[in-house]
Write a protein that binds this ligand. Structure first.
Ligand code: FAD
Length: 397
């Protein structure tokens, strides 16, 4: 068995973008959201319908290659620009961003930790959207405690044979390839040393269970993936060395946490936008409700939370773009922005009064979608522990 002695991560190349290019790209995104996304959100959300047309449009705009390097056919956007895109789209329909977010985390694992041969083979197809997928880490018995996974990959000649089950996998039905976390040495101690990450395209022995019915996050498919003597070539082991999977999967989560933070910012800002409009139109006691102090207190807190979330998220994205360690910044952004999304959507529900409870209004979707942001890419309980550990480490007594 290969040793896990060295960090196989590719040297980080800092990314920047010309402000004019970024503005042009954001203009295109805003036009697309206005013309194509906004008119169909309610129908897709209420019917839990996968947005096929929007997915094709996202591929045409290059979103499936947004953070993939230009040398591999992607747009090579810095995390800051990417966070702005995710924030904007999420302020109208958060679930839509899950279709390219999870895919790009898979791509980031291959780009950061894969061999050059793997990058050449997979990244151009990921970037074009020809192959789309996501990240398959969670198992029925292992979410937060990823080291408890039971999916096992056994070396057999030039192949690995994989058996096990993954659950809650975003894009599980519509996607065709996943970054799959497995145990290559189930007896390893510490446990993380026996974990590897594989590029797993759908094929014989890889089946998909039923689509999960969810509270929110509609339109995007979440499903169970089953592996029964599923065989892949050994060259699909990311980085080509066993034992690095835990580090590769959690390393990718830094970008994932910035993404979730940006989604939280989008939900917090979207809830604020809707509440601000409504509070000026709805009148009680002869004046718009935004002139009542009780509503002013809510709006004042909401706008502050939205702005603080955005600044924390940009701080994490800028740190990531400089190639510096950013687990603490990404954790703070993810924690604060997701909690802000929950609080802002709840306050917006109260500002809407009884109408919040009607499916004819959009605000209830923000309320249903926001809670997921506290769970994905590491629960907020864990985020606070990560932040605290890093903080204490940086401040020895
Ligand atoms: C809609 C949706 C989409 C998802 N998409 C994906 C995906 O694409 N890929 C994927 O791999 N996974 C995905 N997940 C799974 C998600 O990452 C897990 O649900 C999450 O990591 C939490 O794991 P768990 O549900 O097993 O909760 P558990 O790990 O069982 O945690 C339960 C509770 O205990 C707390 N807890 C656990 N351990 C500790 C501890 N040590 N200290 C303090 N508190 C602790 C948690 O914070 C939580 O409050 C998705 C989940 C959902 C709901």
């Amino acid at each position: 068995m290969a040793s896990a002695a060295q960090d196989p991560a590719r040297e980080f190349i800092p990314r920047t973008i010309d402000p004019d290019d970024e503005r042009a790209f954001m203009d295109a995104i805003e036009k697309w959201v206005e013309g194509e996304v906004k008119p169909v959100v309610m129908e897709h959300d209420h019917g839990d319908i996968w947005p096929e047309k929007l997915v094709h449009q996202m591929a045409e705009m290059g979103l499936f290659g947004a953070t993939i390097g230009q040398e591999y056919g992607g747009l090579g956007l810095p995390a800051t620009t990417y966070a702005k895109i995710v924030t904007y789209v999420s302020s109208y329909w958060m679930a839509l961003t899950g279709i390219f977010n999870s895919h790009l985390i898979m791509a980031a694992a291959v780009e950061r930790f894969g061999t050059e041969e793997q990058r050449q083979e997979w990244l151009p197809k990921f970037a074009s959207g020809e192959i789309r997928g996501g990240l398959a880490l969670t198992e029925p018995n292992a979410g937060t405690d990823l080291q408890a996974i039971r999916t096992v990959a056994t070396r057999d000649g030039d192949d690995y044979v994989i058996n096990g089950t993954k659950t809650w996998i975003s894009n599980g039905i519509k996607g065709s390839c996943f970054a799959l976390l497995v145990k290559t040495d189930p007896k390893a101690d510490p446990r993380y040393k026996g974990m590897s990450l594989m590029i797993a395209p759908k094929g014989e022995g890889f089946t998909v269970g039923k689509k999960f019915e969810k509270l929110g996050y509609k339109g995007i498919d979440s499903a169970e993936l089953m592996f029964d003597n599923y065989r892949i070539p050994a060259k699909n082991l990311i980085g080509g060395v066993e034992g690095h999977g835990f580090f590769q999967a959690t390393g990718g989560l830094e970008l994932g946490r910035i993404n979730v933070a940006a989604r939280g910012v989008g939900l917090a800002k979207g809830s604020l936008r809707l509440a601000t409009e409504y509070a000026q139109l709805r009148e009680t006691m002869g004046k718009p409700i935004c002139e009542h102090q009780a509503i002013q207190l809510k709006l004042g807190e909401m706008v502050t939370r939205a702005r603080a979330s955005e600044l924390l998220t940009m701080d994490a994205a800028e740190t990531y773009d400089r190639g510096e360690r950013c687990d603490m910044q990404a954790g703070m952004a993810k924690f604060f922005a997701s909690e802000s999304a929950v609080r802002n959507s709840e306050e917006a529900m109260r500002i809407y009064g009884g109408y919040a409870y009607s499916k004819e209004y959009e605000i209830e979707r923000y309320y249903r979608d926001a809670l997921l942001m506290c769970i994905g890419e590491g629960t907020n309980e864990m985020q606070r522990m990560i932040i605290s550990k890093q903080w204490v480490k940086q401040n020895p007594a």
